[in-house]
Design a protein around this ligand. Structure first.
Ligand code: HEM
Length: 133
């Protein structure tokens, strides 16, 4: 093998999705993990379910150790042609009306201030009028 890396499209990599022939894409690199399926501490099912797509997130989510990462070189077969992989969809928060305190109408602010005072006044008034002794 020369020093040039081989490039694969996602479609090509996706064909290797069986227990007898299993390739994965992690961080832009293509790995043939067929021989590793039996030995993978996380089991073969997770590896098989991670075929045919960019498995970077799945791989990262597990929090693989540096030992696990070092093992990957052994299975490296080439690079993925990134234009064939769908861009990761970025999370865009739904647009919501932004609560802006400055926009609270003035009379509501006044009410917020006056209502407790009114209640207090009422309480004092009731006490004053009912406590005639
Ligand atoms: C070439 C690729 C991979 C290698 C060399 C690899 C290697 C390893 C190793 C060595 C462990 C033991 C724990 C550790 O040292 O971190 C492990 C655990 C695990 N891996 Fe992978 N892994 C690969 C890809 C994946 C992918 C793509 C997934 C998910 C789809 C995955 C899911 C898991 C799970 C669920 C565990 C078990 C974690 C636990 O029970 O603590 N692995 N892997």
């Amino acid at each position: 093998m020369g020093s040039e890396s081989k490039f694969f499209t996602l479609a090509e990599v996706s064909e290797h999705n069986s227990p007898k022939d299993c390739w994965l894409v992690v961080e832009g690199k293509v790995y043939d993990v067929t021989k590793f399926l039996e030995d993978h501490p996380g089991g073969d099912a997770v590896l098989l379910s991670a075929t045919g797509k960019d498995a970077t997130d799945d791989f990262e989510d597990v929090g693989h150790s540096s030992t696990a990462k070092a093992m990957m070189d052994e299975f490296y077969v080439g690079e993925i042609d990134t234009s064939t992989v769908l861009n990761k969809t970025k999370y865009t928060p739904p647009k919501q009306p932004h609560y802006n305190q400055e926009k609270t109408p003035k009379f509501i602010k006044l009410l917020q201030f006056l209502v407790p005072l009114l209640i207090l006044g009422l309480a004092v008034g009731i006490r004053f009028y009912t406590n005639s002794t």
